[in-house]
Design a protein around this ligand. Structure first.
Ligand SMILES: [Zn+2]
Length: 74
């Protein structure tokens, strides 16, 4: 039934995870389908491959934030 709702009204995505400033993961409120923003800024299905890439990007991103904080500390 939930999928039927989505096929009529479209998915109702909300941000499930903010990977970087520009890269986010979304989940549909109704059918729990997960999507992510790809290189060209469009939404694409969140496959295990994407999850892997996002996890790497997230690590790089948080390391950068940490480094920036260290520089500001001095
Ligand atoms: Zn949906």
């Amino acid at each position: 039934m939930k999928q039927l709702y989505c096929s009529i009204f479209g998915h109702d995505y909300h941000i499930s995870k903010e990977v970087t400033y520009h890269l986010k993961e979304y989940a549909c409120k109704h059918c729990k389908e997960q999507v992510t923003t790809n290189g060209s800024g469009k939404l694409t299905l969140l496959t295990p491959k994407h999850k892997e890439i996002n996890a790497v990007l997230e690590r790089i991103h948080s390391n950068r934030l940490k480094r920036k904080a260290l520089i500001l500390d001095r």
